[in-house]
Design a protein around this ligand. Structure first.
Ligand code: B12
Length: 212
């Protein structure tokens, strides 16, 4: 499948209803949800990021594009979630304190769900104590932390530290991701892995539960 230019433009232009309708048409024509996301939707968000950096887009346009991306994701979610009998494991996902970006995190959660994991999504702006409480409550094998801002990356370190302080570090594998991160940062803060994409999140999560 190639780039769907109409869908790409609808997301960039923040046209939520149009983006959703175009996705529904693609699904009706038998399109692969992952190909749609990877080849049209994520590239559109990248373009929006560039427009913002070049100061051709401002926060309102960013928000409208974010909404269009979310609307376009909606019809894809049920297709990506499989009804597995026995989950592969439990994963808690969340965007760290101060971070309101949830599109990438949602994609990670949806992909994990689609791969057979039970996913508990704590949402955005999640303080370290809430991650700790979720580990105690849900006993996940894996925790996925997301951050899109350089200023919120530090809260990943604080989250890992809080989990350690609560004596829970050996009970959960921690994966981190988000555009400004890299492997080195993940190692520095004591995480167990870094993934650049939601596909990598799934393969890492699978590897970690298999090794457990
Ligand atoms: C949409 C958007 C917004 C929307 C968010 C809507 C929403 N509901 O999420 C809104 C308008 C709210 C917003 C606000 C802001 N934003 Co903004 N935003 C973006 C934008 C354009 C796209 C992000 C996105 O959704 N990408 C698409 C998804 C699919 O990609 P992703 O998030 O990277 O996720 C993928 C991977 O990273 C990975 N992944 C993500 N999480 C995890 C977790 C794990 C465990 C793993 C393994 C993998 C993984 O998998 C995902 C799928 O492959 C980016 C630019 C960009 N291209 O990144 C700027 C960007 C992130 N924003 C930026 C800024 C500055 C802001 C604001 C501060 C603007 C302002 N002045 O108010 C605020 C901050 C709000 C806050 N406190 O969080 C900057 C950040 C600069 C920096 N390095 O710190 C960026 C990079 C824009 C830019 N080029 O300057 N933003």
């Amino acid at each position: 499948m190639a780039l769907n230019r109409e869908l790409y433009d609808a997301i960039i232009d923040g046209k939520a209803a149009e983006a959703r309708t175009l996705v529904e048409a693609e699904i009706g024509a038998g399109a692969d949800p992952m190909a749609l996301i990877a080849e049209s939707m994520i590239p559109a968000m990248d373009e929006v990021g560039e427009l913002f950096q070049e100061e051709r887009y401002f926060v309102p346009e960013l928000m409208m594009a974010g909404r269009a991306m979310k609307a376009a994701m909606e019809p894809l979610r049920p297709l990506m979630a499989r009804s597995n009998v026995q989950p592969l494991g439990t994963v808690v996902v969340g965007a760290v304190k101060g971070d309101l970006h949830d599109i990438g995190k949602n994609l990670v959660g949806t992909m994990l769900e689609g791969s057979g994991f039970r996913v508990i999504d704590l949402g955005t702006d999640v303080p370290p104590a809430k991650f700790v409480a979720a580990i105690l409550e849900h006993r996940p094998q894996i925790l996925c932390l997301s951050a899109l801002l350089t200023v919120t990356m530090v809260n990943m370190r604080a989250t890992v530290a809080a989990i350690e302080a609560a004596g829970l570090r050996d009970q959960v594998r921690i994966l981190v991701g988000g555009a400004p991160l890299n492997e080195r940062f993940a190692r520095e803060i004591g995480a167990d892995g870094y993934g650049a994409t939601s596909t990598e999140a799934v393969s890492l999560a699978r590897r970690l539960v298999e090794a457990a």
